[in-house]
Ligand binder design. Structure first.
Ligand code: NIG
Ligand code: FE
Length: 428
């Protein structure tokens, strides 16, 4: 695997380091809250910026001359080579852990069969569930570690990772343990989300209510006791888990202390976003079909929308979520990959940023805010990652670019020159 913690860097970890020679240091410094409206375009860029790093944390951020004056003699210099440096991307919606892939269904979609038709024929999420149930925990871990290396290579240093391809008590816990182990073994911060209500499993077909009972009575209490997740998510669509079922599950999760996220209005405007607003969820994700009234409700409840243009693109739809209307309504928009084997086999945040610019008419600056500081707040990590400020984690990406707008502009050609997580270089 090409992603490794540099042993030399590790031994030198106690000596301080300084990042210098950044054409643009995008600090994203600002108020201690997610950014809205015009703030999303304010990246707090320092030209010829620099950073002083001690261990895993940022100690000071400023102009090169200001930072150089602070440096002790034994400082290790990281030369950005006149490139652009951003905080590590925070990908706030991924399905990290699954077995196999669905390249066969991808080929079917290319010949005109839709994502939903494939799901109705027993493919889709259920086909990945069959394979994930059959996989050992060790096999799932090595696949998840491979996926982690893909995220890191794209400049992502924090992800949210959902379960949801187990759909049984045992298999859901197996997946959440793999999320935890991935975060412990790889230099990728992983925030776990329980998504037991991702689909109704085969053995419960026609008995959705009984499956919802299993999620509430057996899975959620175990998740809480073993502290396997920080958030609970539900796939809320009329033909999967309707508003009423989603509400029951999310209310039970809240009683156990979990934060709430919802897959909402992906295929129809069916009350998912309204439910998120009503429950005061942290995020409502997808929102491809969300209407103006739901946007107003999300704004009133300060729910963060997590937009996933990679999944719209990959299923061959043109129905992107109304990002501009959301920004105009004051919503603190987040962008994420939705990395999964079906609707979004995309682990690259730069690709998502590019789609957000061209298809949703977000500006390059807005996409960077949505993929860093706003995403960090949506995971309750706004004080730890997502911007360059004193005491935050030294997670940063040296991009192969001299101007930050090149990040979404040169689609598919570049990968970051260097990626650092907690002060250590993780991609070579
Ligand atoms: O976010 N919509 C539900 N879940 C995923 C797709 C999962 C799959 O196709 O395997 C999503 O798009
Ligand atoms: Fe998803």
């Amino acid at each position: 695997m090409s992603v490794n913690i540099d042993k030399l860097t590790l031994t030198a970890a106690r000596s301080p380091s300084a990042l210098v020679n950044c054409a643009q240091l995008l600090t994203l410094a600002g108020p201690n809250r997610p950014r809205t409206r015009g703030e999303m375009r304010e990246l707090a860029i320092i030209p010829d910026g620099a950073m002083f790093i001690r261990g895993s944390k940022i100690e000071a951020v400023g102009s090169r001359s200001h930072i150089e004056a602070l440096l002790p003699d034994d400082t290790r210099i990281i030369d950005a080579g006149g490139r652009v440096v951003t905080p590590g991307f925070v990908d706030a919606h991924t399905h990290l852990v699954f077995a196999g892939n669905r390249a066969d269904e991808f080929e079917m979609r290319c010949s005109g069969i839709t994502y939903q038709e494939i799901a109705k024929q027993g493919g889709g999420i259920r086909s990945t569930v069959r394979r994930t149930r059959a996989a050992t925990e060790d096999d799932l871990l090595s696949t998840a570690q491979k996926h982690a290396s893909w995220f890191l290579r794209g400049g992502t240093t924090t992800i949210e990772a959902k379960s949801g391809y187990g759909l049984s008590v045992e298999a859901e816990m197996k997946i959440l343990r793999v999320v935890r182990q991935t975060g412990q073994t790889e230099p990728l911060r992983c925030v776990p989300t329980f998504l037991g209500a991702h689909e109704v499993p085969e053995e419960f077909l026609g008995r959705t209510g009984a499956y919802v009972d299993l999620v509430i009575e057996e899975m959620l209490p175990l998740v809480a006791v073993e502290k396997l997740a920080s958030f609970c998510d539900v796939f809320c669509e009329p033909h999967i888990f309707d508003q009423q079922a989603a509400r029951r599950i999310l209310q039970a999760a809240r009683r156990l202390g979990l934060g709430l996220r919802i897959h909402a209005d992906q295929f129809s405007c069916s009350g998912g976003a309204m439910l998120a607003a009503d429950l005061g969820a942290v995020t409502a994700d997808h929102l491809e079909h969300t209407d103006a009234a739901s946007i107003a409700a999300l704004a009133a409840a300060s729910v963060q929308p997590v937009l996933l243009p990679g999944s719209v693109y990959s299923i061959g739809s043109r129905h992107y979520p109304p990002a501009r209307a959301m920004i105009d309504a004051g919503l603190a928009v987040v962008l994420a990959t939705d990395f999964n084997p079906g609707s979004s086999p995309i682990a690259s945040m730069p690709v998502v940023l590019s789609l957000a610019c061209t298809q949703m008419k977000m500006t390059p600056a807005e996409t960077i805010t949505a993929a860093t500081i706003n995403a960090a707040y949506s995971l309750s990590l706004g004080r730890e990652v997502g911007s360059f400020e004193t005491d935050k984690s030294a997670d940063f990406v040296i991009h192969e670019a001299n101007d930050f707008r090149e990040i979404p502009y040169f689609l598919g050609t570049q990968r970051p020159a260097m990626v650092f997580a907690q002060g250590e270089r993780v991609v070579f």
